[in-house]
Structures are given as structure tokens and as C-alpha cells.
Design a binder for this molecule. Structure first.
Ligand code: SF4
Length: 695
């Protein structure tokens, strides 16, 4: 109850990976009063602009309220029967790898778990991937290579205990605002220094002591330079080095690196090295600027190398720290929502792991190798190899690289199912079957934020029309395909208990992810579950990993990797002289299906634009606020020029949010090439090449 005696419900913000707690109070007219939860450990009552405007985004005007088949309203029985029969027939005729699911970090863990179980255990395909592939797959790969598991070592508390925060490839001030505010508060209290490493001068630079505007894609060289400097200054932690392998090889490679590729001055490099080497308590935060790269995994390992060499990991105020974009990107990693993972951080290539999962699920088969990652999945759709595709809570016709090709591929697919809250998306318009799903505040389950804290999302509004929870839709399709007992779920609590029990089996293989301490929660205990950081076992709850120097590799030692700078896949040329960087705005979220409903959020930066340096604007004779055409072989966009020295000469920046629904000429991901990191499969969303001319 609040002070006025009205009932309030604790839930979690549905936007970024900070995972802020919110207090929800229905206003009786279909709306909600939304406040920050003072008791949630992520935000302690604070919310950013997006979270505080959630109440403005709940209107039903654009909601999908009934299933549709080929554009005609249908009942659930017909819609689910069509989905089940078409998937069964496709698998029977063309084999399990002729079908695919493309899902989302917006899914709750329970939804994600059922989707993954249906695909990998019962369809018999690993062709389930997620839009988190575009977000942090390189971090997953880097963690696994170094630590043996996809483990985030630290916690948000470390950000307040550090004396130096390095933000690399992260505009935290706009993309994870509440975390940034926590760091600024720590700076006030203890004088924390902040370094921002980003080709572009962003809002995060406003509070920084040093901004390194490095050349796009040169992070490996920079951190190799740092590793070399660490050794030069005698800062290798000799005690911790016993917990690490590969130090000599990584160091030799680092010493051979040519730092001129960073484009940074000796003065800037020295200032950074002095700060990093001279500060014991360092946290290096990294995000999409590191991950969305053809060398993303190597960038991650170059960062991890520096922390491993100095033993600055697993102790208060230290460590590498990946921040995730979506509310449940971490939950998706944990349930195995990526095409190359099994549930509970088990490995798809490991026969014992597969047998454990298969046995636990009583599944007919679990695939023996990784499925198609997002970019390859949509190429397979375009080539007709995927014949039945189920897209859940994501808009790949806008958000995937080569978005025009992806849109055309989906349009040409034999059978497309879209589960979403609205039919007004570029992707939903291409569906054969549309399934209305419940939205945030109408559905219940759990999410995991960037520091491994599991929080509840809770339903406080009734499901509108015929909308159903995703777990229920997926489970019903599973039952209709003949797997009654495997998908006989009655509630998200039941799914969560099964998932927690599976994690206990996984932990026997020395995996990090273990929430077996939650497997016996009663329905009431699940309903009232307070935020809790994993692992949760009979003997341990939360805390940091690796402080004891033990890792999840076979020999228990971390791996330092020898990684070299590689330039982005595309180089500027006469025909395409500009490097295109894409990213988020402070007040919009993904393809704007929710945030565009808020007039206050839309007022921040109301139209699509292109940041371009004054020298380039002068050379192109652009008038202030001119409309420009941005194009390459993949597509074109018309954007308003914003002439600013926040970007470097030869580089331009455009936000990623606008769609065919909101600004048909501004689908910027149509221009992003599908070049991917060879290890993680994550596409390079920040370094395509384009030409620019006045429109
Ligand atoms: Fe929501 Fe992220 Fe803002 Fe917190 S910081 S209120 S989780 S968008």
C-alpha cells in the first residue's frame, strides 16, 4: 500500500539491462502510476526518463487483441492449430533445421525457457537465436574463452567502490542512465575518476576526466598497449598469475601492436595508461561499441587480459563489467536462448551436457551442434532453407543489419508466425499468423539484469482482448504437436521451478549458473520473490566470482588470449567515404513501439538525424539542418544533418530507432552490412561505409 492506502505492486522496468525496480499502482482507468522502488538494489528508487514515463506508454490503441490468419481475425484454436500443423508438416518434410525461432531479450525468463526447450528439445533444431545476438554475443564469447563460462564477475556495488571507471564503447549516460547516475554520485563522494573511450563525444563524456576519441574498431590495439604498459611498469600480479594461462603469449602479441591505428596522441595514451596503471580499483565497463564489431570477441578478451594480468577481478571495486542492452539479455543467456548454447550455461557441443538436458526434459533429441546465428538465420530464410519461422517480440525487418534484405526474406518465407503486442510493425505486417501476446504490466515472470540480479516482473493490468502470455502460447503449440507432459505448464512459477532444478544438474559439471536453491519455491514464495543475485544454492547467495582465483575452465585457470588488432570489415573508399556509426538515443527504445507513445519522450529528439563533422559538412556544402541522402549498396536513408564536432571527420552517426511505420525513409539498419565477428556471430553495427549528398 502507498501513503494514500492504494495497493502498489513491485515489478521491474522493461527497458535496459540495469533492471530498475518499479512500484506500480493502477489508476483504475487502465493506466499506471510508476515510481522507482526504493528497496530495489539496482536503482534504490531512481528511474531515468524512459522508466518514469512508462505510465504514458500503456494505451491500447495499437494493440493486437485477437489472433489473425492471413490478415483475418481468427480464434486461438484455429491460430494455434495452424502454427502446430505447419511446423509439424515442415519438420516432417524438410527436417528439423528447416524451421527457426527468432526471439528477444524482452522475453521473460520463463517464456525464454519454454521457447528454447521447444526448439532444442522437441523440434530438434538449434535454430533459435535472439536479438541479443546483436547486443552482447561478443561478450558471451569473450567470457567463455577467458573464464570457461559466460560469467559477469562483479556487481553494481563495484561501480561505487572503484576509484577509476573506464567506459569503453558505452554511452552509459543515455543507455544505462541510472547506473551512470550511481557512478556520478560515487564520484562526488569519493572522487572516482572516469575515462570514456568512444570515437564519438557522447553525453557520457560530460562527467569524464578523459575522453579518448579513438579510431573505430581500434580497441584491441589500445588495450594491448595497456597490457604492454602494465608489464613495462612491473604491475603484473605475480601471485594472481598462477591462476592464469597464456600470459606470455598475450604479452608478446600486445608488445607487437602498433598503437598508431588508434589515432590517439601520445599525450592521451600516456594519460590513460597513467590512470589505469596508477589506480588499484578499476572497473572497465563495456557495451555495444565493443560488442558490435567484427573483432568484438577479441576486444572483450583484450580488456579481460588487462584485468587478469593485474589480478583486478573479483575484488571489491575491480573487474571487467559488461552491461547488457535489454531487460532480460542475461536471462536469455542463462536459459540458452542463443543458437550456440544450451540451458544453464551448458555447452551444446558437449555430449554429457546434451545428455543431461535431454534426460531432464525427457526430450526425443537435442541437436549436436550450434544452430544458425541471427545474420545467417535470415540469410537462410532468404535462400529458402528456413521454411517456417516464428518471430517473438522483436522487429528484425527494421533492426537486423541489411534490414531491407531481411524484410524481403521474411516476406518470401513459406510460413511466418509473429507473436507481439501490436501488428503495427514492419515485421508483423509480413506474418501469416499473428498471435497477440501480453505486454509488460500484464505478464508475470522473472528477468536477470547486468549484475546477475533476478527480479520479478508482475502483472497488475488485465490481459486485453484475447492476449496470452508467451509461455502459454509456446506450451500450447508444444502440446498440440504431441508433447503433452513436457509442456503441461499451468503457471510461470512451475516453469521457474523446473528451470531452477535443471541448473542444479548443470552445476554438477562445474558450471557457474546455479539457482537450485530456488527450485522448491512455493507459488506464494515465487509471487513474493525479492530481487536476488545468482548463484543461489543451499550454501551461497550472490557475491562476486573469481576473487578466489578459480575459474570454470577444466584446469581452473583463466585464459589470457593473444589477440591482434583487426580493422573493421569495410574501409572507406571514394564511393563510400564515410564510416557510419549507429546507436541509441536517451529517450527511445529499440524500434519505438512503446516509447513513441509518450509525447514527452518523443519531444527529446523528435526526428531521425545524421551527425556529421563541420569540416565534412563544409566540403559537401551542406546548409545547416539540410536533408541528406545516406546510401550504400544495401540501401539508402534520408536524414536531417546535425553538424557537430561530436563526431570525428570522416565519421557519421545515426540513431537506430526509426522504422517503416514511423519514418519510412530512415530505416538506418538497411545500410548496415551483415559482416560478423567470426567467433560470436555478432554483426558490425558501428562501422559500415556510406556516401552522403544533400537531398
Ligand atoms: Fe528502465 Fe534502464 Fe532507465 Fe532503469 S535505467 S529506469 S531499467 S531504462
Amino acid at each position: 500500500m502507498d501513503g494514500a492506502g492504494l495497493p502498489t505492486t513491485r515489478s521491474t522496468c522493461p527497458y535496459c539491462g540495469v533492471g530498475c525496480g518499479v512500484l506500480l499502482r493502477p489508476d483504475g482507468q487502465g493506466g499506471l502510476d510508476v515510481r522507482g522502488d526504493p528497496d530495489h538494489p539496482a536503482n534504490r528508487g531512481k528511474l531515468c526518463s524512459k522508466g518514469s514515463q512508462l505510465g504514458q506508454t500503456l494505451g491500447l490503441d495499437d494493440r493486437l487483441l485477437s489472433p489473425k490468419i492471413d490478415g483475418e481475425t481468427a480464434d486461438w484454436d484455429s491460430a494455434l492449430g495452424t502454427v502446430a500443423s505447419r511446423f509439424a508438416a515442415t519438420i516432417a518434410e524438410y527436417g528439423p533445421d528447416s524451421v527457426a525461432l527468432y526471439v528477444s531479450g524482452q522475453l521473460l525468463t520463463e517464456d525464454y525457457y519454454v521457447a528454447n526447450k521447444l526448439a532444442k528439445g522437441f523440434f530438434g533444431t538449434a535454430n533459435i537465436d535472439t536479438n541479443s545476438r546483436l547486443c552482447m554475443a561478443s561478450t558471451v564469447a569473450g567470457h567463455k574463452r577467458a573464464f570457461g563460462t559466460d560469467t559477469v564477475p562483479g556487481t553494481y556495488d563495484d561501480l561505487e567502490q572503484a576509484d577509476l571507471i573506464v567506459l569503453t564503447g558505452s554511452n552509459l549516460a543515455w543507455c544505462h542512465p541510472v547506473l551512470y547516475q550511481r557512478i556520478l554520485a560515487a564520484r562526488k563522494n569519493r572522487g572516482t575518476r572516469i575515462v570514456v573511450i568512444d570515437p564519438r563525444r557522447t553525453a557520457s563524456c560530460d562527467g569524464a576526466d578523459l575522453h579518448l576519441a579513438l579510431a573505430p574498431g581500434s580497441d584491441v590495439a589500445l588495450f594491448n598497449g595497456l597490457l604492454s604498459e602494465i608489464a613495462q611498469r612491473g604491475l603484473i600480479d605475480a601471485d594472481f598469475a598462477g591462476n592464469v594461462t597464456g600470459l606470455d603469449e598475450a604479452l608478446a602479441t600486445a608488445r607487437s601492436e602498433d598503437l598508431s591505428v588508434t589515432g590517439l596522441s601520445d599525450t592521451d595514451l600516456s594519460a590513460f595508461f597513467d590512470l589505469w596503471c596508477g589506480t588499484e580499483k578499476v572497473v572497465t565497463i563495456f557495451s555495444q561499441g565493443v560488442n558490435q564489431s567484427t573483432s568484438g570477441s577479441d576486444k572483450v578478451n583484450a580488456i579481460l587480459n588487462c584485468h587478469l594480468a593485474t589480478g583486478r577481478i573479483g575484488q571489491p571495486g575491480t573487474g571487467p563489467f559488461s552491461v547488457t542492452g535489454q531487460p532480460n539479455a542475461m536471462g536469455g543467456r542463462e536459459v540458452g536462448g542463443l543458437a550456440n548454447m544450451l540451458a544453464c550455461h551448458l555447452d551444446i557441443e558437449n555430449a554429457e551436457h546434451r545428455q543431461t538436458v535431454q534426460g531432464f526434459w525427457s526430450a526425443p533429441a537435442v541437436p549436436t551442434s550450434a544452430g544458425l546465428k541471427a545474420v545467417d538465420m535470415f540469410r537462410a530464410v532468404g535462400e529458402g532453407r528456413i521454411k517456417a519461422l516464428w518471430i517473438i517480440h522483436t522487429n528484425p525487418a527494421v533492426s537486423m543489419p541489411e534490414a531491407d534484405r531481411v524484410r524481403d526474406a521474411i516476406d518470401g518465407c513459406d510460413f511466418v508466425v509473429v507473436s507481439d503486442v501490436t501488428e503495427r510493425t514492419d515485421t508483423a505486417r509480413l506474418a501469416n499468423v499473428l498471435l497477440p501476446a501480453t505486454a509488460w504490466a500484464e505478464k508475470s515472470g522473472t528477468v536477470t539484469n547486468s549484475d546477475r540480479t533476478i527480479s520479478r516482473q508482475r502483472a497488475v493490468l488485465p490481459a486485453p482482448g484475447d492476449a496470452r502470455p508467451d509461455w502459454a502460447i509456446l506450451a500450447e503449440v508444444g502440446r498440440r504437436m504431441g508433447w503433452q507432459s513436457a509442456f503441461d505448464y499451468q503457471s510461470p512459477a512451475e516453469i521457474f521451478r523446473e528451470y531452477a532444478a535443471l541448473s542444479g544438474f548443470a552445476a554438477r559439471f562445474g558450471r557457474d549458473f546455479d539457482i537450485s536453491g530456488l527450485q522448491n519455491l512455493s507459488d506464494e514464495e515465487y509471487d513474493t520473490l525479492a530481487p536476488v543475485r545468482w548463484p543461489v544454492t543451499a550454501t551461497r547467495v550472490g557475491g562476486r566470482f573469481f576473487g578466489d582465483g578459480r575459474f570454470f575452465t577444466p584446469d581452473g585457470k583463466a585464459r589470457m588470449l593473444a589477440v591482434n588488432h583487426r580493422a573493421p570489415a569495410a574501409s572507406p573508399c571514394d564511393a563510400r567515404p564515410f564510416v557510419l556509426n549507429t546507436g541509441r538515443l536517451r529517450d527511445q527504445w529499440h524500434t519505438m513501439t512503446r516509447t513513441a507513445k509518450s509525447s514527452r519522450l518523443s519531444a527529446h529528439l523528435p526526428e531521425p538525424f545524421l551527425e556529421i563533422h563541420p569540416k565534412d559538412a563544409a566540403r559537401l556544402r551542406l546548409s545547416p539542418a539540410a536533408l541528406v541522402r545516406v546510401e550504400n549498396d544495401l540501401g539508402s536513408a534520408i536524414l536531417r544533418a546535425r553538424i557537430t564536432d561530436a563526431v570525428r571527420p570522416g565519421e557519421v552517426f545515426a540513431p537506430m530507432h526509426w522504422t517503416g511505420e514511423t519514418a519510412p525513409s530512415a530505416r538506418i539498419d538497411a545500410l548496415v552490412a551483415g559482416a560478423c565477428d567470426p567467433v560470436s556471430g555478432q554483426p558490425e553495427s558501428k562501422a559500415s561505409t556510406v556516401s552522403i549528398s544533400e537531398y
